[in-house]
Design a protein. Structure first.
Length: 116
């Protein structure tokens, strides 16, 4: 039986959970809410890079991404940051949906599943 590892477990959530060679990241959100959608997305993608590095993997190993936008009008701005970040030939499966996010100042939240 494979063990379950938790990165930075808290009372409500863990930053990531690893099981059977797969990393499941919690939804990543921006810290700087003064930025526009493109800037918030770039920050979130940087946070994802950091979590993946802590787990010994990277963005070329992302299998699935779910992107939550507070407003679908920010879709193109989000995609500018996303397209600059995703390495050619390593695009994951992805869904983008409009959602009411927990903090009204957040424009984007991204959830990732990656292989180790």
């Amino acid at each position: 039986m494979s063990s379950i590892q938790r990165l930075l477990p808290g009372a409500r959530l863990s930053e990531a959970v690893v099981f059977n060679g797969m990393a499941f990241l919690a939804g990543q959100v921006p810290e700087d809410t003064s930025r526009d959608a493109e800037g918030q997305t770039a920050e979130v993608l940087s946070l994802i890079d950091n979590v993946l590095a802590q787990l010994g993997t990277d963005k070329t190993r992302i299998l699935d991404a779910t992107i939550f936008l507070a407003d679908l009008a920010d879709y193109e701005a989000m995609n500018r940051a996303w397209d600059a970040w995703v390495p050619a030939g390593h695009s994951p499966a992805r869904a983008t949906v409009e959602a009411k996010l927990a903090n009204p100042a957040w424009k984007v939240e991204i959830k990732i599943v990656a292989a180790l």
